[in-house]
Ligand binder design. Structure first.
Ligand SMILES: [Zn+2]
Ligand SMILES: [Zn+2]
Length: 263
């Protein structure tokens, strides 16, 4: 498959235009989320608007953020995305920035679901173990990183900034902050399970697998979360084989590989 995909048509390749679109979607998701939070505090919207907004917006940030990891380095990425990392608002006072997440993600690509994969802790093991680890992955990844690489000045500054942001969000929001934060943690944990355990584990085996969905689930998933989120998740095996293929072209790349008899 690797060989056949290296010959994929040029239009499948991720472009600068894709990069700008992913950046736009991340920033739009963050902006709308902050807006809904503000309206819930006022309170123009009910608190129940917060979990709905998080459910719609956080997966969009997470997947577009992942696509960006394969395009921009930390000098090229938008500064908000560079600081915030895997979530548009801090999930924790201890969480990594873009640069560290990018390094870890490339190591994940190099040896997915093996002991050498820094993401192995939330892929391997029993289901309860991997689910628990998925829900505490922002902290675990950060603690593991700091234990191994230490704390740079930039990462320290980023952590201090996140602490201030979290303090500010709590101060202005009170009870609304609890709704926001618990929603973020819940949806992030579920997204983490889908993007790591579910596509790198199959019936006791570890690897990188397709996630075929029934057509009704595919259609409703794309309606709710958008095409990029669903396509990047269900075709994650194709992405691993060739990370330069844009999420929009992963399905076509799979069809080509099937037609060529290499999938
Ligand atoms: Zn990737
Ligand atoms: Zn993966």
């Amino acid at each position: 498959m690797q060989g056949s995909l290296s010959l994929f048509p040029e239009e499948y390749r991720v472009t600068e235009q894709d990069g700008r679109k992913y950046t736009r979607y991340c920033l739009l998701s963050a902006g709308i989320l902050v807006g809904v939070y503000g309206l819930a505090i006022l309170p123009i919207l009910p608190l129940a608007a917060l979990p709905i907004a998080v459910l719609l917006l956080l997966p969009r940030w997470m997947i577009n953020f992942h696509e960006l990891l394969h395009i921009y380095d930390q000098q090229q990425i938008n500064p908000v995305i560079r600081l915030m990392g895997v979530s548009p608002l801090p999930l924790s006072v201890i969480s990594l920035s873009y640069s560290q997440v990018r390094t870890l993600h490339f190591a994940h690509h190099a040896a997915p679901a093996t002991d050498a994969d820094p993401d192995a802790y939330h892929i391997r093991g029993s289901w309860p173990q991997s689910i628990f680890n998925a829900f505490v992955s922002p902290e675990q990844s950060a603690i593991r990183w700091i234990a191994k690489h230490g704390l740079t000045l930039q990462l320290s500054l980023d952590l201090a900034t996140k602490l201030i942001i979290l303090g500010g969000l709590t101060w202005v929001g009170g009870r609304a902050f609890l709704w926001l934060w618990l929603s973020l943690r819940l949806v992030y944990g579920l997204g983490d399970i889908a993007f790591f355990r579910m596509i790198h584990h199959r019936e006791g085996e570890y690897g990188t697998f397709a996630l075929p969905l029934p057509s009704w689930l595919l259609a409703s998933g794309e309606l709710i979360f958008g095409q990029t989120v669903i396509q990047a998740t269900i075709h994650h095996d194709i992405h691993h084989q060739n990370p330069r293929i844009a999420a929009r072209a992963l399905a076509a790349a799979r069809d080509d590989a099937i037609a060529a008899g290499t999938a």
